[in-house]
Design a protein around this ligand. Structure first.
Ligand code: S3P
Length: 190
């Protein structure tokens, strides 16, 4: 794990938010971390799907990307205001809007789950739910997304965690330990 301290203050109880490319493990790691901490887990994409009564893919097909980004921004604004501890998983494009980057940095303790485009491609090559990857050359698309977004993920996050080798439970253990040593959480024992 590489400390990536931006110096912005965190007010407890902190929200932990995950940012990173689609398929970097934000929801899987986020859900398990929340369980480990006894916190609530929220996923911005699921909240959007519940509110719209549509899958993200259907929403993109019917409305296009811009209305999705508007809704995503208002959901991030709302969810980062939650007062009790929660772990938030954000969509891979959430960091595109400066307002979202500011919310994540100011109101959350954001962690960038760093994956290479090649790793993500291996994990997602059969996925049909991610509208941005339904293209002739998804690996090229992932490489483009990575070049654009990697600096934005780093700008939004306080820690960068490499997802390459460790198992999900090892990543959760690592992150929980890091949050605890930063004085942000008390990890229940046992
Ligand atoms: C997107 C990622 C998706 C979802 C939407 C757009 C993106 O979330 O928000 O399809 O722009 O990368 P995941 O990162 O959970 O796949």
């Amino acid at each position: 794990m590489t400390p990536f301290d931006t110096g912005a203050p965190v007010t407890l109880p902190a929200h932990v938010a995950f940012v990173g490319l689609p398929g970097s493990g934000k929801s899987t790691v986020g859900r398990q971390l929340a369980r480990r901490l006894g916190w609530t887990f929220l996923d911005t994409d699921h909240v959007i799907e519940q509110r719209m009564g549509l899958s993200i893919r259907e929403f993109f097909e019917r409305e296009g990307e811009a209305p999705f980004r508007d809704l995503e921004q208002s959901v991030i604004d709302e969810l980062t205001l939650e007062t009790s501890g929660c772990v938030l998983s954000t969509g891979g494009g959430a960091v595109l809007r400066p307002a979202n980057r500011a919310r994540l940095l100011d109101r959350s303790y954001a962690i960038y789950l760093h994956s290479t485009p090649e790793d993500v491609f291996r994990r997602l090559r059969h996925d049909q739910n991610r509208p941005l990857l339904q293209v002739a050359d998804p690996l090229a698309r992932l490489r483009d997304l990575y070049s654009l977004r990697d600096p934005l993920y780093r700008e939004s996050a306080r820690f960068v965690v490499e997802t390459g080798r460790p198992s999900v439970s090892a990543l959760v253990q690592l992150i929980a330990g890091q949050l605890e040593s930063a004085g942000l959480v008390q990890v229940p024992r046992g």
